[in-house]
Design a protein around this ligand. Structure first.
Ligand SMILES: NC(=O)c1ccc[n+]([C@@H]2O[C@H](COP(=O)([O-])OP(=O)(O)OC[C@H]3O[C@@H](n4cnc5c(N)ncnc54)[C@H](OP(=O)(O)O)[C@@H]3O)[C@@H](O)[C@H]2O)c1
Length: 261
């Protein structure tokens, strides 16, 4: 049985923890020893779900694990890596944009296990079909990382830090920005007493049709048709909200520029 210590207790740590604990094909091979997180309540919350020890003092991180999975805020990763006592295990982070060599000064056994999906703590996602992107410093450690990744997902790929950063940048546009636009839509609707649920079939089809059409082919709306009468009307409706008006203008220009002859 391989032993794992989870560093972090947020969205991604929770997704990995639950997949390791709750899927028989994974839990038969891996056990979680500890969850470390600076906020003790958060560490305890996740440790309770997977039945392991919770710690909030990095000095108490056990040294006998095979793998240390760092799923922490990107801005804190370097500081967290510096705090963890050295050990013989393999150190791996889950970040899209942090380089693999963030571990260089602490260990020779390190890599990356980046899951390309959006995770929220309250929502369980089986990792089976989630693409996992691996990077490994020492070739001899690749089997350790691949074994965990392939037990979790059918989609395992190797990708270096530069390519992974590009993937993450694209994911920020495709997921984080798209979701922010949903949130802005919800604000517009709710301000007029309308339900965001009306938009759900539209949002679902916007995504579903991408299995058959490229995003460029799938574009519709006033900007691609260059329906300036509607665009002006919408800009007028947003006069009380200059930042949203500017965003509408910039998005419409971006669409128009992609299709203009
Ligand atoms: N969420 C996603 O959809 C997603 C997808 C793919 C990859 N990732 C990557 O996975 C990593 C974790 O993301 P996440 O969404 O799980 O983040 P998150 O939910 O915000 O959790 C962040 C974790 O970092 C810890 N943390 C924050 N500040 C810290 C500090 N100064 N020192 C030590 N620990 C600190 C927090 O601990 P406390 O709660 O104890 O403060 C928490 O456990 C990031 O590298 C992210 O880029 C995220």
């Amino acid at each position: 049985m391989k032993k794992i210590v989870l560093i972090g207790s947020g969205n991604v740590a929770t997704a990995f923890a639950r997949n390791i604990k709750e899927r028989d094909e994974v839990s038969s091979q891996y056990t979680i020893l500890q969850v470390y997180s600076p906020n003790k309540t958060h560490a305890e919350e996740l440790a309770r779900q997977v039945g392991c020890e919770a710690i909030s003092d990095s000095k108490l991180v056990r040294q006998d694990a095979d793998l240390y999975l760092f799923a922490v805020k990107d801005a804190a990763l370097e500081a967290v890596v510096a705090q963890i006592p050295t050990n013989e295990g393999m150190w791996v982070h889950t970040s899209g944009s942090m380089p693999m060599d963030v571990f260089t000064s602490r260990t020779n056994r390190y890599g990356v296990l980046y899951p390309l999906q959006t995770f929220s703590k309250g929502r369980y996602i089986p990792l089976c079909d989630v693409p996992l992107f691996l990077e490994c410093h020492a070739e001899e450690d690749l089997p350790t990382l691949e074994a965990l990744a392939t037990s979790l997902s059918h989609q395992v790929h190797r990708l270096d830090s530069t390519q992974r950063r590009t993937l993450h940048l694209a994911a920020v546009f495709a997921c984080n920005f798209a979701n922010h636009l949903y949130a802005l839509s919800a604000n517009l609707l709710e301000a007029k007493g309308l339900s965001f649920e009306y938009l759900l079939p539209l949002i679902q089809e916007t995504t579903a049709k991408l299995s058959h059409l490229s995003p460029r082919e799938a574009q519709t709306g006033p900007a691609i048709r260059f329906d300036t009468n509607i665009i002006y009307k919408h800009l007028q409706m947003l006069e009380g909200n200059p930042s949203l008006q500017a965003l509408y203008k910039q998005m419409s220009e971006s669409i128009y520029n992609m299709y203009k002859g």
